[in-house]
Design a protein around this ligand. Structure first.
Ligand code: GLN
Length: 475
């Protein structure tokens, strides 16, 4: 059942929030021993919160639009009531002293937080295999990865353990797992959702966004968590999104570009679905045309330099003094280095070294500064394209979900799985995944819809149209 309908039943007293949460917790304890979507389940706290919602309803108070709806949070979102580990040994058992703004907003809307989900350590990865607490499996095929880094959130939704989840997307970490697990995932415009309380990976790229079973639920969650926040200096000074009715307006007259460069480089089965989606939009009245963006192929090197450079700075705060793990040493320098050697996994160390190198004197111009120039070129290329189009269509991923272990020993192959998602991250633009049909093995294929900054309305109109066609069995 969708989030709005579920909240409606709880608000009207047809079912109690406690019953809903008890069911949800029972499903998690039954299913998650196989999937491992969660690193922490808030068994007691979630029941307490549900009872509070029921008490509000009994007292005639407004319990909020998401009253009693179970939500899972990626474990890089700070929660006072539960540990926030980023799936890293260095933050194992660390409990933040404050809630992230999105958590405060969810609570105000009556949502019940049932747990924290597994992720690639510090959100660095595309398969959730880089978690220090073991991988998450894809519920559609447990021999495959759920994608990453928000793999726990995507699989919790895909397996029906929760109605809604939040993830974070720096270079594709909401969209790519959504695609692999067959759910909806939105990376909103940079600055439209507060990052206060999101543990930083690459601050100029990080953005929180929803994962859900359908477009309406994802839209509702986006509306709840968006809006200006004085606690995040990069937050846009604008009100929360109001998108629900707009998303149903259809695509008549909307100009949609198909990004040739990305369609050409993905697996045939994925490319076929993008072409089918384009035909469908055309038949629904959109003006669909192929478009080329030559800078798009430079996205991966630029992204991995910029994200790693920012990560090397952001992660310097894990020094054995301020947070989490400390491994003693004869002096502060040794203590610091022992702590970081033991606390960080191999991929995080690789990024810190790559980023430190790219920022170091003598290499700064050759790597970091050049990557920033490419970022500007990509932004300019998008500007040119968005003069003619309201939205762009592309694959979300080069292939369907790959096998566990398939890319684990080959970092470059893993990085390349983000080739379709990093361009809009570098531009700060909104982009989302919508499931659209399956490949021959029955695995979900995801279509990516991109839009210019604050173009969420056109993006969602396209998504809703594709979703309706999917449900009608079109593809
Ligand atoms: N897979 C990309 C990376 O490893 C993106 C991660 C993300 O969006 N957090 O950096």
């Amino acid at each position: 059942m969708g989030a709005r309908a579920l909240a409606g039943r709880i608000r009207s007293g047809e079912v109690s929030a406690l019953e809903v949460i008890d069911n949800c917790l029972a499903e998690i304890s039954k299913r998650d021993s196989t999937i491992h979507a969660f690193v922490h389940v808030a068994y007691e706290k979630a029941r307490e919160e549900a009872k509070e919602i029921d008490a509000k309803i009994a007292a005639g108070e407004d319990p909020g639009v998401l009253a009693g709806v179970p939500v899972a949070l990626k474990d890089n979102l700070c929660t006072k009531a539960a540990p926030t580990t980023c799936s890293s040994k260095i933050l194992e058992n660390w409990v933040p002293p404050y809630d992230a703004t999105v958590v405060t907003k969810l609570k105000a809307a009556g949502a019940v937080i049932v747990g924290k989900t597994n992720m690639d350590e510090f959100a660095m990865g595309s398969s959730t295999e880089h978690s220090a607490f073991g991988p998450t499996l894809n519920p559609r095929d447990t021999s495959r990865v759920p994608g990453g880094s928000s793999g726990g959130s995507a699989s919790a939704v895909a397996d029906g353990m929760v109605t809604l989840a939040l993830g974070s997307d720096t270079g594709g970490s909401i969209r790519q797992p959504a695609s692999f697990c067959g759910v909806v995932g939105i990376k909103p415009t940079y600055g439209s959702v507060s990052r206060y309380g999101l543990v930083a990976f690459a601050s100029s790229l990080d953005q929180i966004g929803p994962l859900a079973g359908n477009v309406d639920d994802a839209t509702m969650l986006l509306e709840v968590v968006s809006g200006w926040d004085p606690l995040d200096s990069t937050s846009l000074q604008r009100p929360s999104f109001i998108l629900d009715s707009v998303s149903r307006e259809g695509v008549k007259g909307i100009k949609v570009g198909i990004l040739n460069e990305l369609v050409d480089l993905v697996d045939n089965e994925v490319a076929t679905q993008v072409r089918k989606a384009a035909d469908l939009l055309d038949s629904e009245g959109a003006a669909v045309e192929d478009v080329s963006m030559t800078s798009i192929g430079w996205g991966i090197p630029a992204y991995y330099l910029i994200a790693s450079a920012e990560a090397s700075s952001n992660l310097s705060r894990y020094d054995g003094v301020r947070y989490g793990l400390r491994v003693e040493g004869a002096n502060a320098t040794l203590m610091n280095s022992f702590t970081r050697a033991k606390g960080f996994g191999a991929e995080v160390k690789r990024r810190i070294m790559l980023g430190t190198y790219a920022l170091s004197a003598g290499y700064y111009d050759a790597y970091y500064a050049k990557a920033q120039k490419i970022r500007t070129l990509i932004i300019q290329d998008f500007q040119r394209v968005y003069e003619r189009f309201d939205a762009l269509l592309a694959p979300t991923t080069p292939s369907v979900a790959f096998l566990l272990g398939e890319k684990l020993t080959d970092p470059l192959a893993m990085y390349l799985s983000d080739i379709c998602t990093v361009p809009s991250s570098l531009a700060g633009h909104p982009a989302m995944n919508i499931p659209f049909g399956t490949a021959s093995g029955g695995l979900p294929v995801g279509i990516q819809i991109m839009a210019p900054a604050l173009g969420e309305a056109s993006m969602l109109k396209v998504a809703k149209t594709l979703e309706q066609a999917s449900q009608g069995g079109f593809q």
